[in-house]
Ligand binder design. Structure first.
Ligand SMILES: [Zn+2]
Ligand SMILES: [Zn+2]
Length: 346
């Protein structure tokens, strides 16, 4: 059996070649990967590499993946060949304070697919711990299975924020993470979800997915508009998903007295933040790092058709065209929400 893989060979360079067929440990499964989505973090590594990992090339990216079990290790009891699975990409130690308290996303010893030096899943075959491979019901497609990873970020965000019926939510940013936060807020029955972004193409998608109101921040003052839409009160919950210091600084002005801000986008550098304003309103600030204990619940939501996650997909490319897929994700950010690479079809 040959194992094709897409390798990043340098800054903005990618080649499809072959990698070794991995050995399957007794608690692991060998998975024939079907789909692998391209994450913002993958695009970032493709575009600029990562400090401290300049000698990691050729490197395999990708952590948003699904596939079919080809072989199960001797001690695996939950899966067998032919099972369709979604892979949770973080292999944690199980021994530290955070693993033991259930907050395993904070494990300092994690090996996360596609985070250097741990290679990713954009290849035909990979091995993965069986307890991190979640079986998909027949009614959930492999494509949806690969989208559980970004969806999990949104679901963890709404859990952190305490979204529930009656709440008014503002989401800053309508890219992939903004949209999964929108879908997750609707799953948790937020009543009014307002999405703000600079680009109309993205806002139209938010509207299609169920946003109550959308605001183009290029032409409309987002603070004025949110106040107008919320009877001058502000939002119960404000999500920052754009990873932008300017929008992050706005969150305190958009939150209602006693409201909650939840930071999901990775905002680089320093942000000017008026803490006094936050304190005077007793606003709570929460943050999100990846997710924990979400996959089983996300699979159930997909099975019950409570969420149509495939609507965030904007393009699918075969593995041979992985470079084109990355260039599309990199250069056409405005129109592309989620680009995926397909190793095999259903
Ligand atoms: Zn991701
Ligand atoms: Zn740990």
């Amino acid at each position: 059996m040959k194992n094709r893989a897409a390798f990043v060979t340098g800054i903005k360079e990618m080649e499809v070649g072959f990698t070794e067929m991995p050995d399957c440990g007794e608690n692991e499964v060998l998975v024939k990967i079907a789909y692998c989505g391209i994450c913002g973090s993958d695009v970032h590594f493709y575009e600029m590499g990562e400090d401290g990992f300049r000698d990691v090339y050729p490197f395999i990216l990708g952590h948003e993946c699904s596939g079919i079990v080809e072989k199960a290790g001797g001690k695996v009891t939950n899966l067998r060949p032919g099972d369709r699975v979604a892979l949770e990409p973080g292999k944690t130690c199980g021994k530290c304070e955070w693993c033991k308290s259930g907050k395993y996303n904070l494990c300092p010893n994690v090996e996360f697919l596609s985070a250097p030096p741990c290679h990713g899943a954009m290849r035909d075959y990979t091995v993965h711990p069986a307890d991190l491979c979640f079986k998909l019901p027949d009614t959930v497609s492999l494509k949806s299975g690969a989208l559980i990873e970004p969806l999990a970020v949104g679901l963890h965000g709404v859990r952190q924020a305490g979204v529930m019926p009656g709440k008014t939510v503002v989401i800053l940013g309508s890219g992939c993470i903004g949209l999964v936060t929108l879908l997750s807020s609707l799953l948790y029955r937020a009543d009014r979800v307002i999405v703000a972004d600079l680009f109309d193409v993205r806002l139209e998608r938010a509207k299609e997915l169920g946003a109550w109101q959308v605001i183009n921040t290029g032409s409309t003052d987002v603070i004025d508009k949110v106040m107008e839409l919320t009877e001058g009160l502000g939002a119960d919950i404000v999500f920052e998903t754009a990873g932008n210091p300017v929008t992050t600084a706005l969150t305190g002005k958009l939150a209602k007295r006693g409201g909650t801000i939840t930071l999901i986008g990775n905002t680089p550098g320093k942000t000017e933040f008026e803490f006094l304003e936050i304190m005077n309103k007793e606003v709570e600030i929460k943050s999100v790092f990846r997710y924990r204990n979400i996959y089983p619940m996300a699979i159930r939501a997909l099975e019950n058709k409570s969420i149509d996650i495939e609507k965030i997909v904007s393009g699918i490319f075969p593995l041979e065209e992985a470079k084109k897929a990355f260039d599309t994700a990199l250069y056409e950010k405005k129109t592309n929400v989620k680009v995926m690479v397909e190793m095999q079809r259903e």
